[in-house]
Ligand binder design. Structure first.
Ligand SMILES: *[C@@H]1O[C@H](CO)[C@@H](O)[C@H](O)[C@H]1NC(C)=O
Ligand SMILES: *[C@@H]1O[C@H](CO)[C@@H](O)[C@H](O)[C@H]1NC(C)=O
Ligand SMILES: *[C@@H]1O[C@H](CO)[C@@H](O)[C@H](O)[C@H]1NC(C)=O
Ligand SMILES: *[C@@H]1O[C@H](CO)[C@@H](O)[C@H](O)[C@H]1NC(C)=O
Ligand SMILES: *[C@@H]1O[C@H](CO)[C@@H](O)[C@H](O)[C@H]1NC(C)=O
Length: 548
């Protein structure tokens, strides 16, 4: 045994630190290398020839991440919320540093984030996107820079053991049933409590009767009655079950019932409403209506169809919600509608978003074909591309028509003028230029990381997906962020569909100044950072590249 002199001891320690840092550097380089390999079309991880779109780590941001990791290691048990906030803030600072190439834009981005717009992590060129067209970035974002156009990424005709769809509905149904292994839900009318809300579940039921879980897809959504003008245009395209949760507190209850009566009785499309739409009604326990008829009494009195629709030309200031300054509990509605859906697959959407016709059948046919990408182990959802068209414009019916609209500028990607990054879809440029095909397939498998770390996709999913956080309101924004984070941590894959899309009710949204919403979204961000995010980290865990 040999005693080292003090100086030598210090020298060894420094030496040891040096080795450590070299090791860490090597690890980082290896990690970057592996990321590039995945992006470079090396399909060892999937066998299907997909580009798994992962977070692209530039050296600047990886250094920042490293530093951040070290900070987190120094505060290993961030149980104290202040510490969590500190970490969050240091992340923001690094965001600015990493964006050094363009500090004003980055700073604006952070400021924006505080005011409610999601923050962009600059893992993959978000700085440029913040200033303009997301498509410019998406074109070269595929880690490794491989931007493959068209369907080359997913070869549809290559379905080993593939099922040939004969058009025989029964066979298709059987095939889907055996593949998804779902269970049927009950269809009872029930009065329930959900947190601070009363819920009239299945209050007005669709006449399709009991539907088996494998038979269709349910479009689940939420609204107050002023949005019900969207229902028939939606049903004309969807032609399948719709489960809708109506927020109807206080004096909004009666016009809500009248609107449902009107929709079921007075329109050329009323047969669609009766056949497919199930209405649930909910309101806060402090805002119950004066009287609530039993479900079987709702249609005892018909609606006088010569009167205008009850939802016609109602200003939002007229709503009970506005008079009482209530917030719109968007996620309570989303969850009610979703939980009551009878089918395995659900499209949780906003009622103003209309899908392209024929989607349900084509989607189930895709499930029945069970191609390789559907046999991947990771959980998945199927996002739809979203567009908006000018006021008074018709809504495109298929992708070919949509492309024509895009070419002539009559359609644009959704929220391009409000919050491009919230709805920027991986490979959207390639998606838009790829021609329509007969079948529905998966165009690209993406992840909610990198530029898309704050992506709020609308997708076909199932009851197994995490719920929406009911503490968040529509006014406070960021209402889908906690769910998005959970999906990311659970390593969900986003199987973007090739010929499926949503179009917003005609009229292009522009950014409007709304001081109340700005204030509320600031509060929401606080809530998310201080309370919800630490909770999610405990409940779902953490994963590199995931953020809220
Ligand atoms: C961050 O954004 C800037 C500005 O667009 C870009 O030049 C830089 O490469 C980005 N950094 C990383 C690590 O992606
Ligand atoms: C797809 O696969 C089929 C059958 O293996 C092949 O004939 C065809 O050329 C492939 N198409 C593309 C675009 O790779
Ligand atoms: C329906 O409303 C119209 C217009 O207000 C009115 O003229 C008519 O008498 C009403 N019909 C019934 C049966 O109440
Ligand atoms: C809608 O309501 C406003 C005021 O509430 C009224 O001035 C306007 O004429 C109405 N529009 C139609 C088409 O009835
Ligand atoms: C897409 O369709 C257009 C019009 O039908 C056609 O001219 C073009 O060649 C097609 N592109 C590809 C890649 O098939």
């Amino acid at each position: 045994m040999r005693f080292e002199p003090l100086g030598q001891k210090m020298f060894t320690r420094r030496n040891w630190l040096l080795r450590c840092s070299i090791l860490i550097n090597v690890a980082v380089i290896l990690y970057i290398g592996s990321q590039l390999m995945i992006g470079g079309g090396n399909n060892f991880s999937n066998g299907g020839g997909f580009l798994l779109q992962e977070q692209q780590v530039g050296s600047a941001s990886s250094a920042a991440q490293l530093q951040q990791q070290q900070q987190q290691q120094q505060q290993p048990s961030a149980k104290n919320q202040n510490q969590v906030v500190e970490i969050f803030e240091s992340e923001e600072k690094q965001l600015v540093n990493a964006n050094a190439a363009d500090p004003p834009a980055a700073a604006a981005q952070v400021a924006d984030g505080a005011a409610g717009a999601p923050q962009l992590a600059n893992d993959s060129g978000a700085g440029a996107a913040a200033m303009g067209d997301p498509a410019q970035v998406i074109g070269n974002i595929g880690a490794g820079g491989v931007a493959v156009g068209g369907n080359a990424e997913v070869n549809n005709s290559q379905s080993d053991g593939g099922y040939i769809v004969t058009g025989d509905e029964k066979e298709l149904e059987e095939r889907v049933r055996s593949l998804i292994n779902c269970f049927d839900h009950d269809y009872h009318q029930q009065t329930l409590q959900r947190g601070d809300f009363w819920v009239l579940q299945n209050y007005v039921r669709a006449e399709h009767g009991d539907i088996k879980c494998h038979e269709s897809i349910t479009y689940t959504t939420h609204a107050d009655y002023t949005f019900l003008d969207n229902l028939v245009p939606l049903l004309e395209r969807w032609n399948a079950p719709v489960s809708i949760a109506m927020h109807a507190p206080g004096t909004d209850f009666q016009p809500t019932l009248d609107s449902i009566r009107y929709l079921r009785e007075c329109l050329p499309g009323s047969h669609l409403v009766r056949a497919y739409t199930t209405f649930h009604i909910y309101f806060g326990t402090k805002h119950i209506p004066k009287s609530v008829p039993k479900p079987h009494e709702v249609f005892k009195t018909g609606y006088n169809c010569t009167l205008p629709p009850p939802y016609f030309n109602v200003s939002s200031g007229h709503l009970y919600k506005a008079q009482k300054k209530l917030l719109y509990p968007v996620n309570v509605g989303r969850n009610i509608a979703r939980d009551a859906a009878l089918t395995h697959f659900i499209l949780a959407s906003d009622i103003e978003l209309y899908p392209n016709p024929g989607l349900v059948k084509k989607f189930l046919e895709m499930i029945a074909r069970n191609e390789q990408y559907l046999r991947r182990k990771a959980p998945r959802v199927f996002p739809l591309a979203i567009f908006e068209v000018e006021e008074n414009s018709p809504v495109p019916h298929d992708k070919t028509e949509l492309q024509e609209f895009l070419r002539t500028g009559k359609a644009i990607p959704f929220h391009k003028r409000v919050c491009a990054s919230c709805h920027g879809v991986p490979k959207s440029k390639e998606w838009m230029s790829a021609n329509e095909t007969d079948e529905l397939s998966v165009f690209h498998i993406g992840k909610r990381t990198g530029y898309y770390v704050h992506w709020e996709p609308i997708y076909i999913g199932t009851h197994a997906d995490p719920h929406y956080d009911e503490r968040l309101s529509w006014e406070g924004k960021s209402d889908k962020m906690p769910q998005g984070y959970a999906l990311c941590v659970m390593d969900y894959e986003f199987h973007i569909l090739d010929n499926a899309f949503l179009v917003h009710k005609p009229g292009i949204k522009v950014l409007k100044k709304d001081n109340r919403r700005a204030m509320l979204s600031g509060k929401t961000n606080q809530l998310i950072r201080k309370i919800i995010y630490p909770e999610l980290k405990i409940m779902y865990g953490m994963r590199k590249g995931c953020a809220i």
